[in-house]
Design a protein around this ligand. Structure first.
Ligand SMILES: [Zn+2]
Length: 177
């Protein structure tokens, strides 16, 4: 009788541990699949461009690549802060664009990166594949740029130029500092 009781206790303890481990890993998986930041950033984009980026994310997902949006619309303050990096502020230079000179200021650009196990893969052998996927959707890919190669960057100005958008925004007062 004593021995049987012992096995019951061991059985119960083992089950509790197994359930605990199961819950821990499934929760981790669940959190990995809810990417609120990407959803929020997508909302900041111009609607037609947003649709394209959603397509890019879903095509990548079909190929087993989990892309997340890490930057989308930037207002003047954010853009100028980025421009200051490596110039008047510490760090490396990351952009040549002041406020008004980046497609991010016009809601027509995103930066994406592949995530694996909750971590961004900056050095990624999939970059070319990701770039081609974006280009197939008619997006311009920063990985082709000559001055600062910007692999996470995709944009679509749809026939407009930064200069024409700049004038349009200046006229309508949308480019507030
Ligand atoms: Zn960018």
């Amino acid at each position: 009788m004593e021995i049987k009781k012992k096995y019951v206790y061991i059985g119960v303890a083992a089950s509790v541990v197994a359930i605990g481990v199961g819950i821990y890993f499934s929760r981790r998986k669940i959190y990995e699949h809810f990417d609120y930041k990407t959803d929020l950033l997508l909302l900041s984009l111009e609607p037609k461009f947003r649709k394209k980026i959603k397509q890019l994310l879903s095509r990548a997902r079909d190929k087993g690549i989990e892309l997340r949006v890490i930057s989308a619309h930037r207002d003047c303050a954010e853009q100028n802060k980025l421009y200051a990096k490596g110039r008047t502020a510490p760090g490396k230079i990351v952009t040549n664009a002041r406020c008004g000179k980046s497609s991010h200021n016009y809601k027509r650009a995103v930066d994406v990166v592949e995530f694996k196990n909750g971590k961004p893969l900056w050095k990624n052998s999939n970059w070319d594949k990701i770039g081609l996927m974006g280009e197939a959707l008619g997006l311009e890919w920063g990985g082709r740029w000559k001055s600062i190669k910007d692999k996470p960057h995709f944009q679509n100005l749809r026939g407009k130029t930064i200069a024409s958008l700049y004038r349009e925004y200046q006229r309508t007062g949308k480019l507030a500092a």
